[in-house]
Design a binder for this molecule. Structure first.
Ligand SMILES: Nc1ncnc2c1ncn2[C@@H]1O[C@H](COP(=O)(O)OP(=O)(O)OP(=O)(O)O)[C@@H](O)[C@H]1O
Ligand SMILES: [Mg+2]
Length: 487
């Protein structure tokens, strides 16, 4: 996770230090430059007064001095006079030292006598003044320094070379003034320290406020990150659970289908034997049996038949569910299978006093589907209607078609299905109104098979029913073409 708080602290500390150092240095530099300019301006004024008062008086003396050594110069009475005059002129001013140079660089006067007679020729500041005719200034620090009043220590100085202009406007000599700016520099130092303190306080305050904001942002970020991690873990877990559940369900379904298939096979074999032997007894193939035996044999046989049809239904359903019910599609006439169903159910309907009516539209095109499956669908629908319709009722089958689909509808005037059962009535083993007399016993598999077979044909099943009025079950099948024929 991004460590916002840590990076912010490091970056801010570095920025605060850099900013404080840079700003205080800038301030100090600026203050020193301004001070230098100010002192230079003062020195220019002072030098002008020297040039006016001293230079004209001593011009001849200065120019007359030959290449004599320092001692001889120091012994000159003019030296002493210049010294007294300059000392008087600079009294009360921060000027610590004054020097006077001739154009050839000879130091004709210095308030530090030992320097009189030395040459400035070739010295940078001096030459610059001669070249430009303008003042030149630099600052320095001296641990010991010789002033008008003797030796002083630890002084910040501003040294200015100033050109001396003669009456003709020509540069005739150079003054050098040393001004003491120690108090101002100390002031600047103190102000710089104050600036640093204020900067640190201001930036520190800003840092504090930003730190609080960043800390709460960091906490929010951490919380969201943890929430996200938690959510991701939960989702992964849920996904894993779902996957395992799916695997379980698939395994259970597979196991169920296998169990049903095996069980149904196992049941069918002995059932066939029961049916076969009871048939022998029932029909008395090997000589007569007593009345009671006869009756029991009938019972055994009808129970066996019921059981066999149940097993067949279960087997069908599990085969469809397991995807082991391949569709053998072919073209056939819908009225053919309607007639077949009518033949099968006619007798039963008649015996129950039910009117069975079949209506197939004349222009109905052939159906391209699994014939056995469609027959089973119709038989299940019709047998339900016959089974759940009381005497005197009517069961009607209508088969129609449009360009895109076939519709087969079976309606009756029977006892109907309760509204709250309709949604689940196609689930296996679900039955509608319970019959106290159990006269219409069914296992609740017929409609499940219908639904599964209709689904296999990409069709739709619709059930509409009103209790005590009747039921209409509609199957819609998309018209499918036999690709082999159409090619
Ligand atoms: N036409 C109908 N009229 C009234 N009730 C019906 C009708 N068709 C189905 N039902 C109700 O729906 C239930 C489920 O029907 P389904 O055909 O699945 O099973 P069943 O007929 O009971 O048994 P079987 O497996 O022998 O078909 C029935 O028990 C019945 O209660
Ligand atoms: Mg049924």
């Amino acid at each position: 996770m991004f460590k916002l708080q840590r990076y912010f602290s490091l970056a801010s500390a570095a920025a605060i230090i850099l900013l404080t150092v840079a700003l205080s240095l800038l301030y100090r530099q600026n203050a020193v430059v301004n001070l230098s300019k100010l002192i230079e301006a003062q020195n220019v004024a002072l030098a002008q007064s020297f040039a006016n008062n001293i230079w004209p008086v001593y011009t001849d003396y200065v120019n007359s001095v030959a290449e004599i050594d320092g001692d001889a110069l120091r012994a000159q009475p003019e030296t002493q006079k210049i010294h007294v005059t300059l000392k008087a002129l600079t009294a009360g001013l921060p000027v610590l030292k004054v020097k006077m140079y001739r154009m050839d660089g000879l130091t004709v006067y210095s308030s530090e006598f030992s320097q009189i007679g030395s040459s400035k020729e070739g010295q940078e500041g001096f030459e610059k003044v001669l070249r430009n005719g303008k003042p030149s200034t630099k600052s320095s620090f001296r641990e010991t320094f010789w002033s008008f009043d003797g030796q002083v220590e630890n002084r910040h100085l501003i040294e200015t070379y100033l050109p001396i202009y003669g009456p003709g406007g020509r540069v005739e000599g150079v003054f050098e003034l040393y001004s003491d700016v120690t108090p101002q520099i100390v002031d600047i130092g103190e102000t710089t320290a104050t600036v640093v303190i204020y900067l640190l306080l201001g930036l520190g305050l800003l840092y504090g406020v930003l730190f609080l904001i960043v800390r709460s942002a960091d906490r929010i970020l951490k919380r969201q990150y943890n929430d996200l991690e938690h959510e991701i873990a939960e989702r992964k877990q849920a996904e894993e659970d779902r996957r395992l559940a799916l695997v379980d369900a698939e395994q259970a379904n597979q196991a169920k289908s296998e169990f049903l298939a095996t069980m149904s096979h196992d049941l069918r074999t002995p059932l066939n034997a029961i049916l076969g032997f009871s048939d022998f007894i029932r029909n008395q193939y090997f000589g007569p049996v007593g009345d009671k035996y006869q009756e029991y044999a009938e019972d055994i046989h009808s129970s066996g038949e019921l059981l066999l049809s149940l097993v067949n239904d279960i087997l069908d359903l599990s085969a469809i569910e397991a995807g082991k019910r391949p569709l053998a599609k072919e073209n056939f006439s819908i009225s053919d299978i309607v007639t077949e169903c009518e033949v099968i159910l006619k007798e039963q309907a008649q015996s129950l006093g039910i009117d069975l009516v079949m209506k197939v539209s004349k222009d109905t095109p052939p159906l391209y589907a699994d014939r056995r499956a469609i027959t089973q669908i119709l038989l299940n629908m019709l047998s339900n209607s016959v089974k759940f319709t009381p005497e005197g009722g009517k069961v009607t089958l209508r088969a129609t078609a449009t360009n895109t689909y076939h519709t087969i509808e079976v309606s009756d005037t029977g006892k109907g299905i309760p509204a709250d059962k309709i949604e689940t009535i196609t689930d296996p083993f679900v039955r509608g109104v319970s019959d106290p007399h159990k006269s219409h016993q069914g296992t609740g598999l017929g409609l499940s098979i219908v639904k599964s077979l209709v689904d296999l044909h990409d069709g739709e099943l619709d059930i509409k029913s009103t209790v005590a009025k009747g039921t209409t079950v509609t199957v819609t099948l998309p018209i499918q073409r036999d690709l082999h024929l159409s090619l």
